[in-house]
Structures are given as C-alpha cells and as structure tokens.
Design a protein around this ligand. Structure first.
Ligand code: HEC
Length: 120
C-alpha cells in the first residue's frame, strides 16, 4: 500500500514538474537566447505566414482586407499595418485565438531588426 502511495506521489510530482516546464517554455521573448543569424522573409517569415495567417489573410477576400501571401504585402503590413504590434498584442492578438509562441515572435522581431529583407 505504501508503495502505491509513493508511486502516486511520484507521478504527481512529475506532472507538476512538466506543467511548470510548459509555463517556462511559454515565457517571453526576452528569456530566449538571441538569434545570431539574419532572418529574412524567405528563411522564416513566409513559413510563419503560411502556417498561421493566410487561412484568413489570403484568397479572394482576405480578412481585414489584408493579404499576407506575398513578400511585399507582408513587408508593407509590418511597415504600416501594425503586423508586429498585433502579433505581440495581449488584448487583440493575431492570430485572433492567441499569440504565437515566443520563438516565433522572436523571429519576427529579428526580421524587423534585420531590415525586413526578402532574402540575403
Ligand atoms: C482566424 C482568422 C485570422 C487569422 C488566422 C489571422 N488573422 Fe489577422 N485579422 C483577422 C481579421 C478578421 C482582421 C480584421 C479585424 C481586426 O483588425 O482585428 C485581422 C486583422 C489583422 C491586421 C490588421 C490589419 C489592419 O490594417 O488593421 C493585421 C496586421 C493582421 N491581421 C495580421 C495577422 C497575422 C500576421 C496573422 C498570423 C500570425 C494573422 N493576422 C492571422 C483574422 C485573422
């Protein structure tokens, strides 16, 4: 009986441990190691848009009248349609169902820092 209680306790501890790890993983961009390479539209940003944005921001009638299927549209959205702010917003994020993970947001920040390039 004692053995079962000990096993139960162990399982509980592992569960708690994995939960706290998950929370740490979802930490903020500032907790991450800096990216030491140039981030471009072709290297990373296009895949992020394709995976998380173009279901709404693509096709014949893109939502918010914003198409994110091309480099120049995505660059323009970063320059003049608050793309970066919306991706980081706590209250009004893009995508609407919640901010993407910090690793992705860090890539977008680095793309801005590197000058919103299409490719190297
Ligand atoms: C489920 C659909 C959906 C997804 C997925 C989505 N969006 Fe949006 N987006 C909208 C809608 C609807 C609007 C217009 C209403 C608003 O501004 O909240 C909008 C507005 C925006 C705007 C503001 C445009 C402007 O000129 O005001 C930006 C920038 C934007 N989205 C970027 C993104 C990015 C970047 C992604 C992916 C990381 C994304 N969205 C994913 C539905 C979506």
């Amino acid at each position: 009986m004692k053995k079962i209680a000990a096993l139960f306790l162990l399982a509980l501890l592992i569960l708690i441990q994995s939960c706290t790890t998950a929370i740490i993983d979802e930490g903020s961009v500032s907790d991450l190691e800096p990216i030491d390479r140039t981030v471009t539209y072709q290297s990373d940003v296009k895949a992020i848009m394709d995976n998380y944005c173009i279901t709404c921001h693509g096709g014949p009638a893109p939502q918010g009248s914003l198409d994110l299927t091309t480099f120049s549209n995505t660059q323009n959205a970063a320059l003049s349609r608050n793309l970066v702010e919306r991706m980081n917003s706590q209250t009004n994020p893009m995508p609407p169902n919640g901010r993407l993970n910090p690793q992705i947001l860090q890539l977008i920040d680095k793309w801005v820092e590197d000058g919103l390039l299409e490719q190297q």
